[in-house]
Design a protein around this ligand. Structure first.
Ligand SMILES: Nc1ncnc2c1ncn2[C@@H]1O[C@H](COP(=O)(O)OP(=O)(O)OP(=O)(O)O)[C@@H](O)[C@H]1O
Length: 347
């Protein structure tokens, strides 16, 4: 490791010293930064990405602090991955300013990439070698000495609960195990920030919870987490702050609680009427006006936004409207998205 930065493994150690002053390793993937927790880690101003005539990201502003779990929530095609790719310095911004870890993303991509861990949407593991070999070989790309790489691979496999699969070929792993291995791989260079593009898409509920639990542990260790998702429960579970993206713009920004408080009521009543078509539901919705703060008609149900679901339901029955089913629930980010865009997150 002679001549290399012991924080990011860059060969240009001298150039790293200024930014890495005071950082020290306290365990695998776990640095104690010398700066306060509220330090701005990523800043974007009027960030734009154009593909020819098409503009995928249309002037986005972002501020992500060290230690945060920050999410991009939005449907397919919203521009989440494109924004992540610009932050990860694998796609150059067409316009605007982007600073990541104190570096300009346009000109200092290599220094930034050395301090990021990336979990892409599609697993890019080498399926023909073992779980353990995947980590050791990946560590070599960062110039990590073989002995250190082996020790780190062992620790990381323990962290993602794959120690008992170390000698198994990746092709024999389940989807959830591959995801966890990809997360371990992203931690090989002991990054300041781990970026995950839809970390649990395609996983069963148990596998998702295991991934969430490991990410939560990373957050506790002080690693900044940035993720994209179109699952509102994932955003609610993991994110301290998030932006809701749609059509290349940010529709709203805040903590999950703030977004719900800002855009919807505390509770929602879902009314279903078996066999009724949208036109008929519109007629029913007209009769519900005044019961709640707002009424929304969807193709298969009517939503009442209210702070007192039980009072609203009593009023529905008082008006002699008899739904085939009634569900009272707390408002979610899915409702926020619907209120902001008029559409569901997953269509
Ligand atoms: N290389 C490219 N060339 C042209 N258009 C692209 C390219 N990459 C993305 N796009 C387009 O930019 C838009 C945003 O795509 P992006 O992948 O960022 O969306 P997303 O919110 O991450 O959705 P998904 O969940 O589907 O990944 C989409 O319309 C997509 O087709």
């Amino acid at each position: 490791m002679r001549g290399r930065c012991e924080v990011c493994a860059s060969r240009r150690r001298a150039a790293c010293d200024a930014t890495h002053i005071g950082m020290r390793t306290v365990g695998p993937g776990n640095y104690v930064p010398s700066v306060s927790d509220d330090q701005l880690l990523i800043s974007a101003r009027n960030l734009v990405k154009r593909y020819g005539e098409f503009t995928a990201v249309k002037g986005v502003d972002l501020s992500i602090n060290r230690g945060q779990a920050f999410g991009f929530l939005g449907p397919n095609g919203a521009g989440k991955s494109t924004t992540m790719r610009m932050i990860g310095c694998v796609s150059e911004p067409s316009d605007g300013e982007l600073t990541v870890l104190g570096h300009d993303a346009r000109t200092q991509g290599a220094a930034i990439r050395a301090r990021l861990g990336v979990v892409p949407q599609e697993d890019t593991l080498d399926t023909e070698i073992t779980v353990y070999e995947n980590l050791v070989i990946y560590a070599r790309y960062f110039g990590i000495p073989y002995k250190t790489a082996r020790a780190r691979a062992t620790e990381l496999l323990e962290f993602v609960r794959l120690s008992d699969r170390a000698d198994v070929k990746v092709e024999d792993l389940s989807g959830g195990m591959k995801r966890r291995l990809t997360i371990a791989r992203a931690l090989v260079n002991e990054p300041d920030v781990i970026m995950l593009d839809e970390p649990t898409t395609g996983l069963d509920p148990q596998a998702r919870h295991l991934v969430w639990e490991r990410l939560f542990r990373l957050k506790q260790q002080g690693i900044t987490i940035i993720l994209t998702t179109h699952y509102m429960d994932e955003a609610e579970q993991l994110c301290d702050r998030l932006v809701i993206m749609d059509g290349g713009v940010i529709a709203s920004e805040g903590s999950p609680r703030e977004l719900i408080d800002r855009h919807v009521t505390r509770e929602v009543v879902e009314l279903r009427f078996n066999g009724k078509h949208t036109d008929e539901l519109d007629d029913v919705a007209d009769k519900l006006v005044g019961i709640s703060a707002d009424v929304e008609t969807l193709p298969d149900r009517i939503l009442l936004y209210t702070d007192t679901a039980d009072v609203a339901v009593a009023e529905v029955h008082d008006r002699r409207i008899e739904p085939s089913s009634v569900l009272e629930r707390r408002a979610t980010l899915e409702d926020v998205f619907l209120r902001l865009t008029g559409r569901s997150l997953i269509e």
